[in-house]
Ligand binder design. Structure first.
Ligand SMILES: Nc1ncnc2c1ncn2[C@@H]1O[C@H](COP(=O)(O)OP(=O)(O)O)[C@@H](O)[C@H]1O
Ligand SMILES: [Mg+2]
Length: 223
């Protein structure tokens, strides 16, 4: 089922001195239940494209439809809260919260009572393969792989079934890299997430259901 439709989307950064056309006339679509990988050289527009899908920026022209609604015209805060979650290379966990508290956070800001939030956060951590003994740990005490699994658990807890991952394995060793990709693949194939991941790693790209390549702001599908 088609989840996201990107129609002739362009985006430029402008400052006093120059205009950078980061995304140029991109048209593509993304279905539920699939893992998409975007590759491309540094500076080709991958992160900008993900931030448009995340609703963090609005296209300069063109439109992005999610479940048929143009995300620039719907409530963008609600879109970001309810439909989409982003995972970054540097994990971006809250340093002063434990693993469990990090995952409870999106549940509590939705108004879920503490006890229920705790129960659901524990289930999300378990689903993401974080062992129980780490639930009370602070991020800096955890390995990169454990932190990234916690970040995935927090994304699951957020409830959005569109998962955007910007080089999520960029700071991990190959064993942890593989595990994170296994996890993202299982979310797509078994839980019907739409997962869109940027990576530099060829082997990881091979495991995706669909491969896209960005070059100078333009997107092509790899055959
Ligand atoms: N905040 C910004 N201001 C101006 N230019 C930017 C900004 N962010 C990115 N760019 C430029 O936009 C282009 C695409 O960048 P980006 O989306 O980060 O590419 P990638 O993620 O593929 O490395 C690059 O030329 C980059 O220099
Ligand atoms: Mg980038």
């Amino acid at each position: 089922m088609e989840r996201i439709k990107v129609e002739s989307v362009s985006y430029s950064y402008q400052n006093k001195y120059q205009t950078v056309e980061a995304v140029r006339d991109v048209t593509c679509s993304f279905e539920t239940g699939r893992l998409y990988v975007i590759t491309g050289e540094s500076g080709s527009g991958k992160s900008t494209f993900l931030s448009l899908l995340a609703g963090l920026d609005c296209p300069g022209s063109g439109r992005i439809l999610v479940d048929g609604d143009d995300i620039s015209h719907t409530d963008r805060d609600a879109y970001r809260r309810e439909k989409v979650a982003v995972i970054y290379q540097a994990f971006h966990l809250f340093p002063l919260l434990t693993a469990l508290e990090n995952v409870m956070y999106p549940l509590e800001i939705r108004g879920m009572p503490g006890k229920e939030a705790r129960r659901q956060a524990e289930a999300c951590l378990e689903e993401a393969g974080v062992s129980r003994k780490l639930f009370g740990q602070y991020p800096k005490m955890m390995s990169g792989g454990e932190q990234q699994r916690t970040a995935v658990a927090r994304a699951i807890a957020s409830g959005g079934k569109i998962l955007l991952a910007d080089e999520p394995t960029g700071s991990l060793d190959s064993e942890n890299e593989e595990k994170i990709v296994d996890l993202l693949l299982s979310l797509a194939h078994e839980r019907d997430y739409t997962v869109i991941m940027v990576t530099h790693n060829r082997e990881i790209a091979e495991r995706a259901d669909v491969r896209l390549v960005m070059k100078d702001g333009r997107m092509t599908m790899e055959q």
